[in-house]
Design a protein around this ligand. Structure first.
Ligand code: 3EB
Length: 345
């Protein structure tokens, strides 16, 4: 029985596609899932249209809620599933059918995203995943990623949402083809944003990176019920301060990315009273985005020698071919983890 005011338990597990399908066939239809290279026709599992570079093939993060009262619907162009405590939404836009530029498309997408949250019992964004076709291509005098940043920030302002401190954790990757895809997870309570002391906050990047800043925090912590805290780590790359470091060197970029992950995990641990172990790099469920598929073995080699091949991260990691939002970045890693504990007030 759900007690009013108590947090309903949200769970997540990373499964292979066959395991996901078996779960659904058993009638234990999960709340929702985010697929990586999974088929497009599963309504409860919006997918990322990117090539899977890891041997296990298509995988998904399957989210489970405690109760059985899952409702689904659409708000404008946003599709969503909610149990009244948690909401997972998806937006897919076929740009070939659009007359507007990416700034306007992003603005409209985020307007519908916020409308969804305003109408649901789950107003607070925990995490956003953005996948943009041809992210580094020119979009009419401005790189498409920079156009996206324009429209996204404008929508945050318009909706009265925190576009600086308190922005949600996010990632923004480039896909070669398919729809512009946005996925979002929301809940009833505002998460705790976390920044990385080694990096300038992305929402404070100087104008050299585009007329409007990206809108995301480096990580976010959320109470997910049952005495557990979730850590959502945004896309993390070889950036120190606000500058890309190790141009053209995928090995060093991967090492720098791991240092940034360690720093953001340490910052997050400082905000949590842990019951058993603290968050650690070795136990994250991560997605590794590699710009050039030929670099995959090099990236994997760095991660394996840093963590040891037995680390859970190694077994669970999904590698995807994707462009990174800066054309000089060759690799990016995003992650989540769950640990028993509570957020410090
Ligand atoms: C960076 O640190 C790398 O625009 O939502 C990482 C995570 C990046 C999220 C976004 C961009 C975004 O700036 C790029």
């Amino acid at each position: 029985m759900q007690v009013q005011g108590e947090t309903s338990h949200l769970r997540v597990e990373r499964l292979s596609l066959p395991a996901c399908l078996a779960l659904a066939a058993n009638g234990a239809a999960p709340f929702a899932a985010l697929g990586y290279g999974t088929p497009h026709e599963l309504a409860w599992m919006p997918t990322v249209n990117a090539r899977v570079l890891s041997a296990q093939g298509a995988m998904a993060d399957v989210w489970h809620v405690a109760g059985a009262n899952v409702e689904s619907g659409t708000t404008g162009i946003a599709r969503w599933r909610t149990d009244g405590h948690w909401l997972l939404g998806a937006i897919d836009i076929d740009e070939s059918a659009e007359e507007h530029n990416l700034a306007e498309i992003a603005h409209r997408a985020y307007r519908d995203l916020f409308k969804t949250l305003d109408q649901a019992a789950t107003p607070h964004l925990l995490r956003i995943w953005n996948y943009l076709p041809q992210i580094n291509a020119d979009g009419g005098g401005l790189e498409r990623y920079r156009q996206f940043n324009l429209g996204r920030q404008e929508a945050f302002f318009e909706a009265g949402r925190a576009a600086f401190e308190g922005a949600p954790a996010a990632c923004a990757l480039g896909i070669h083809q398919g729809a512009l895809s946005i996925r979002f997870l929301a809940g009833r309570k505002a998460p705790l944003p976390v920044e990385n002391p080694r990096q300038v906050s992305a929402y404070r990047y100087p104008e050299t990176y585009g007329p409007r800043s990206p809108t995301f925090s480096r990580a976010a912590l959320a109470d997910i019920g049952n005495g557990e805290v979730a850590l959502f780590i945004s896309g993390t790359a070889s950036i120190v301060g606000h500058e890309t470091v190790h141009h053209g060197d995928v090995l060093e970029q991967t090492r720098e990315t791991l240092r940034n992950l360690e720093a953001v995990i340490a910052a997050a641990n400082g905000q949590v009273t842990h019951v058993s172990g603290a968050f650690s790099l070795a136990t994250l469920d991560c997605v590794v985005y590699v710009r050039h598929p030929a670099d995959t073995d090099k990236v994997r080699g760095v991660i394996e020698s840093a963590l040891g091949v037995g680390a859970p991260l190694i077994r669970h990691a999904v590698y995807l071919e994707a462009d990174i939002c800066r054309s000089d970045l060759l690799v990016e890693i995003e992650a989540h983890a769950v640990a028993p504990g509570r957020l410090r007030a």
